[in-house]
Write a protein that binds this ligand. Structure first.
Ligand SMILES: Nc1nc2c([nH]c(=O)n2[C@H]2C[C@H](O)[C@@H](COP(=O)(O)OP(=O)(O)OP(=O)(O)O)O2)c(=O)[nH]1
Length: 158
């Protein structure tokens, strides 16, 4: 397989705050403009997934987060998307360099948004996950799967 056909490894955060999670709409200057996603970005050489995620959220949303457990990792076309639960370590974001809308939504209300195709698996996971399990996963105290986060990232994605 040529290198260009390999999926790009992307990490994203399901930030839990109050009774909601943060959904973000990609701005006009980004590819897939207008689609909703969880904030994050591409993992750079030498970065851990968690380190890449913390860097991306600082860069685009100006927030510090604690990264919790892996919620879902699925390859869709050319995107290998790993979504982690996370909590804010400071104030919530006021704006984004990459998004033109930020919405806090209950997990059951996420399905009404026009998601990037790669996000649909994690949106389904979130809709089915009991709230207590999601908050535990976001704070890193519990895991929705039997796999430890790092072990799961070492494995082949679905
Ligand atoms: N961040 C993020 N990207 C996603 C998600 N779902 C999805 O298909 N993508 C795609 C869109 C892009 O093709 C790619 C990540 O792009 P990005 O623009 O967020 O990443 P980045 O900041 O590192 O990229 P760049 O613009 O600096 O090159 O993954 C998601 O939930 N979050």
């Amino acid at each position: 397989m040529p290198a260009s056909a390999l999926p790009v490894v992307v990490v994203a955060a399901v930030i839990v705050r109050g009774d909601a999670v943060l959904a973000c709409r990609r701005a006009a200057h980004k590819d897939a403009a207008g689609r909703w996603e969880f904030p994050g970005g591409k993992v750079e050489a030498g970065e851990t997934p968690q380190g890449a995620l913390a860097r991306e959220l600082r860069e685009e949303l100006g927030v510090d987060v604690r990264v919790g457990a892996l919620l879902d990792r699925t390859v869709t076309g050319t995107v290998d998307l790993a979504c982690y639960g996370a909590t804010l370590a400071g104030p919530p974001p006021a704006s984004s360099t990459d998004h033109d809308a930020l919405e806090w939504r209950r997990p059951g209300a996420l399905a009404g948004l026009d998601w990037a195709p790669a996000d649909l698996p994690v949106v389904a996971v979130l809709a089915a996950l009991p709230w207590a399990e999601l908050t535990a996963a976001a704070s890193g105290a519990g895991r929705p799967t039997d796999e430890a986060t790092d072990e799961a990232m070492d494995e082949e994605p679905r």
